[in-house]
Design a protein around this ligand. Structure first.
Ligand SMILES: [Fe+2]
Ligand SMILES: [Fe+2]
Length: 321
């Protein structure tokens, strides 16, 4: 029987819940505790500031940022629905994926709320993956990870690892966190504080998503000691470098001039720093070895209650969670 049709592997039955729930079940509970709804935050003040205080370049960046995030949220949801849920058997992982899928839907609705509140054109923003080649290139790069798995009846642990790397280390771990750099910078300048609060909520969710994916990859490595071959190691390094290059191309059009005291080089250095953190968390060699140009952001992304989800090893994860 295909795994996807095996009800015991598709749902979490009470008898399957171990006395010591796995990290995935704990993250499911954490996700539920973090529940929030976009309209809890009023955006009227943000709209007034958007109209009167933002420069044309800042408005341009906001459009590009939201344009990418709208596409990205759907890509992550598709990867869960069409690739991961089909191929992962562990019922606690599946439970977590259902929770994550809901949160991605909530994020999509949040971006819609921001678009409408600022008076932007929905169609224009949602179509940016078609009209802006640099956004389309990131979409194509990510979508390939889903396509590689979705039609296969069976996959190898290596294939699963590559998909997790593409979506959790790169999409959520690199692209989303780079977007947060600028998104949260507005709030730091006392601008668009409502939108900045929504970004904080999304960041909290994404940190847990990232934690799930990174821990799932570490578990795969533990369970399959021969998984990490020199060839796969080189391929992952190449994928991360491609991803950073695509992000650099995107930054060139999203922020052709500096905004909020940042320029493209500052942004790119942050991307490289984050890329190395994701590599190191998987015990892969760092690529860029640059310092963090935005240490202030770490006070937001490294909240004590969140740090254990995405930085620590599988061994000390259990003792810190
Ligand atoms: Fe999301
Ligand atoms: Fe996510």
């Amino acid at each position: 029987m295909s795994p996807v049709l095996d009800y015991k592997k598709t749902t979490l039955s009470p008898f399957e819940l171990k006395e010591q729930p796995s990290f995935a079940f704990k993250l499911y509970q954490q996700g539920c505790t973090n529940s929030w709804f976009p309209k809890e935050i009023a955006l009227a003040q943000d709209k007034a500031e958007y109209d009167t205080k933002l420069s044309e370049m800042e408005k341009h960046y906001i459009k590009y940022m939201i344009g990418f995030f709208c596409t990205a949220e759907s890509l992550v949801a598709n990867n869960i629905s069409y690739a991961l849920y089909k191929h992962i058997d562990n019922p606690e992982y599946k439970l977590y994926l259902l929770r994550q899928a809901y949160e991605e839907a909530n994020h999509s609705v949040t971006f819609l709320y921001i678009i409408d509140s600022l008076g932007l054109n929905r169609q224009e923003i949602f179509d940016m993956y078609k009209t802006v080649p640099e956004i389309g290139a990131k979409k194509d790069f990510e979508e390939k990870f889903t396509r590689d798995l979705m039609d296969k009846p069976e996959i190898t642990p290596q294939e699963l690892f590559k998909n997790l790397f593409g979506f959790y280390a790169i999409m959520e771990g690199l692209y989303f966190f780079s977007g947060f750099l600028i998104g949260l910078s507005f709030g730091r300048r006392q601008l668009l504080r409502g939108i900045s609060s929504l970004f904080q909520y999304i960041l909290r969710d994404e940190t847990v998503h990232l934690g799930f994916g990174m821990q799932a990859m570490r578990q795969l490595l533990n369970d399959n000691p021969n998984l990490m071959t020199p060839e796969l190691n080189a391929e992952l390094r190449d994928l991360m470098m491609q991803a950073v290059e695509l992000e650099s191309n995107y930054a060139s059009v999203a922020m052709p001039e500096g905004i909020l005291g940042m320029n493209k080089n500052y942004y790119l250095q942050y991307c490289q720093y984050i890329a190395d953190r994701r590599m190191s968390a998987l015990k892969l060699d760092a690529i860029y070895k640059v310092s963090n140009p935005a240490p202030w952001l770490m006070t937001q992304t490294d909240l004590p209650e969140l740090v254990s989800f995405f930085e620590v090893s599988s061994t000390n994860y259990e003792s810190r969670a």
